[in-house]
Design a protein around this ligand. Structure first.
Ligand code: FPP
Length: 242
């Protein structure tokens, strides 16, 4: 599919994924405790969601809480989930105004009931929205997603519904958390780190990677536009000769 174009030299990707990194460093540089960085990160989430929706991105996945993040101090985990709940309560208007449909990528088992209730309510509220799909990756791991897909396939084999020889890329893809979401064209990571950190391992096979030097709380519309401009300069070959 051809990416859509926007004003200036921007090329808007169909699908974008973001590793929102550097909240802790931002807070440290400002002489504040880590959670203040996460708090300020909400503003960057709101800006990114609204800008992507306005520019015509069709799917956006934000890495909000990884499976590995459960190992952080309990206080930070609790405060992060407090922020997530606040976002799900306070930003419903933002989602509805921008016709954004919310999804969740990740495991549900370790999420508290109040978090699941708010997630499910917001997902249900936005289910008819026909604009951008926004998936929040919460309690998410790329390896865990592949493990979960493998288990689902193994069950189908056990039940006699599927022959092992029928397991191909399409079958694995069909058992990911959201097979309806297109693979990311562009993966953005903030705070200068050049790592995938167990994010969408299956889906990023051919994603272009843009690393922004700013910490996530400082990520603004201009940084998103710079990422799209950078994306527009890439030659995507998908392993072929162009
Ligand atoms: C990484 O920064 C960021 C996180 C682990 C959490 C991201 C969460 C938010 C932006 C707020 C809530 C999100 C939503 C979608 C409502 P880090 O803490 O690893 O930073 P550091 O590497 O500088 O320590």
């Amino acid at each position: 599919m051809k990416p859509s174009s926007a004003p200036g030299d921007l090329v808007v990707p169909h699908s974008v994924a973001v590793i929102m990194d550097g909240n802790g460093r931002w807070a440290k540089q400002a002489g504040l405790e880590r959670i203040r960085g996460h708090e300020r990160g909400i503003d960057a989430v709101r800006t990114t969601v609204t800008e992507c929706a306005k520019l015509g991105v069709q799917a956006l996945v934000l890495y909000a809480f990884s499976e590995e993040n459960w190992q952080r101090p309990a206080r930070e985990v609790n405060l992060l989930f407090g922020l997530l709940k606040k976002f799900l309560r306070d930003e419903r208007g933002t989602l509805m105004d921008n016709r954004v449909r919310l999804l969740h990528s990740g495991r549900r088992e370790r999420l508290a009931k109040d978090v699941l209730d708010l997630l499910d309510e917001t997902i249900a509220l936005t289910v008819q929205n026909t604009g951008m799909r926004l998936s929040l990756a919460i309690s998410y791991g790329g390896r865990q997603e592949i493990v979960d897909a493998t288990r689902a396939l193994a069950l189908r084999v056990q039940r006699g519904e599927l022959q092992p020889a029928a397991i191909d890329e399409a079958a694995i893809h069909a058992h990911l958390y959201h097979p309806e979401l297109p693979d990311p064209d562009l993966l953005i990571r903030t705070a200068g780190e050049q790592r995938i950190s167990n994010f969408l391992l299956w889906q990023v096979s051919y994603a272009e990677i843009h690393v922004a030097d700013v910490c996530w709380p400082d990520f603004r519309a201009e940084h998103l536009r710079a990422a799209f401009a950078d994306y527009g300069r890439r030659v995507r070959k998908f392993g072929k000769v162009p």
